[in-house]
Design a protein around this ligand. Structure first.
Ligand SMILES: Nc1ncnc2c1ncn2[C@@H]1O[C@H](COP(=O)(O)OP(=O)(O)O)[C@@H](O)[C@H]1O
Ligand SMILES: [Mg+2]
Length: 355
């Protein structure tokens, strides 16, 4: 394996190992405790009751949200529409960032799939670039075999609009999870991050940097017999570190659009110069997600993107032990390493632990 591949793997696996140590040597993916279950069922009950008493304010809010979800959606994308003669759209799942994601039915297989279209109003890039970026996302994700990466099934165009067909995931992304449950028990948060690390390790082995890890791009699949399964989504801003090594030939199309990545989870080096990023940028983002899972709040909060960026570049995150008393010291050390502003220091820290 090429040098960069080795380093990438060591760094990612280093973080995994540290997290495992920090959570007392147990590699568990942490089913919910009975207490969690009770809390969840109470919260579900509350949610049901509040739904049945929709105030006009809330109805207005839902309508507004629906209208904003339509923004950027390509013309032919609506419930009931056919995509070619293979897929029928059932409902809109999400519209934001760079894509519009719908649930659809593969008519011949009679199975649900998720389809992602490129946003129509990404005004800072040409149509060709937008299309190529979506295909590139599909190619990147398709190469990954980990169960912790959402599976890409197909990619195509319909009336000039490109789309990616993916396995349909039932469950919730971590953004929604944090909104509903707030801070998670330490072992549960660690279990989720470990799963993300596993998916990421495969990507890093192939020289692929995700560059947009954040709670909404990590999805928790429900409804299986085992513990909840976490999958990484959205390789839309991914960067191939060395095409020669990985056998790829994709140029990096994301540079002019780098601010599409969420500044809240962007590493300082990525904010300064996206071309200089390597796998360590993903480790920074994952550290932020871990701290958010432990505290229920994003690490960097400000009124606008510029202020968030200033915090990312200049402010050291509040140590997690000041926000929550029961975080084991080992886990706090992992977070400190992940959240070093300088990537060199981050790498040194992790490698030192491995040695
Ligand atoms: N395969 C899928 N199955 C179910 N929901 C999905 C799937 N892919 C994405 N989603 C949902 O759609 C949201 C947006 O998808 P994503 O690929 O992150 O698009 P964007 O580039 O717009 O951020 C995700 O946060 C997730 O909630
Ligand atoms: Mg996303």
């Amino acid at each position: 394996m090429a040098a960069f591949g080795r380093a990438a793997t060591d760094i990612t696996r280093g973080v995994v190992e540290e997290v495992i140590c920090a959570s007392s040597g147990q590699r568990t993916t942490l089913p919910h405790t009975p207490l969690d279950r009770r809390r969840r069922s109470l919260r579900d009950k509350k949610a049901k009751t509040s739904k049945s008493h929709l105030s006009s304010e809330r109805v207005g809010h839902i309508e507004l949200r629906f209208a904003s979800m339509r923004a950027g959606v390509p013309k032919g994308v609506f419930a009931g529409a056919m995509i070619g003669d293979k897929y029928r759209i059932e409902r809109l799942i999400a519209s934001g960032g760079q894509g519009v994601v719908v649930e659809a039915t593969h008519l011949r297989l009679r199975q649900p799939v998720a389809i992602k279209f490129a946003h129509v109003d990404l005004h800072d890039s040409s149509e060709t670039e937008r299309h190529e970026r979506l295909f590139r996302e599909a190619r990147a994700a398709f190469r990954l075999r980990s169960q912790h990466v959402a599976r890409v099934i197909d990619v195509d165009t319909v009336e000039g609009s490109p789309f990616i067909v993916m396995e349909f995931l039932r469950g919730t992304d971590l953004k929604a999870l944090i909104e509903t449950r707030g801070a998670l028990p330490c072992d549960e948060a660690v279990g989720l991050i470990l799963q993300a690390c596993e998916g990421l390790a495969e990507a890093h082995d192939l020289g692929l940097v995700h560059r947009d890890l954040k709670p909404s791009n990590l999805f928790l699949v429900e409804g299986q017999s085992g513990p909840p399964l976490l999958k990484i989504l959205d390789f839309g801003l991914a960067k191939q570190l060395s095409p020669a090594v990985a056998g790829g030939d994709d140029p990096d199309l994301t540079e002019p659009l780098i601010m599409l990545g969420s500044p809240r989870y962007m590493s300082p080096e990525q904010a300064r110069d996206p071309r200089q990023t390597d796998v360590r940028t993903d480790i920074w983002s994952l550290g932020l997600v871990l701290q958010e899972l432990l505290t229920g709040r994003p690490v960097f909060r400000a009124r606008n993107k510029a202020d968030v960026l200033a915090l990312v570049l200049l402010k050291n995150p509040t140590p997690v032990s000041l926000l929550r008393a029961d975080v084991p010291p080992g886990l706090e050390r992992v977070l400190l390493r992940c959240l070093q502003k300088l990537p060199e220091r981050l790498r040194d820290g992790v490698v030192a632990v491995l040695a």
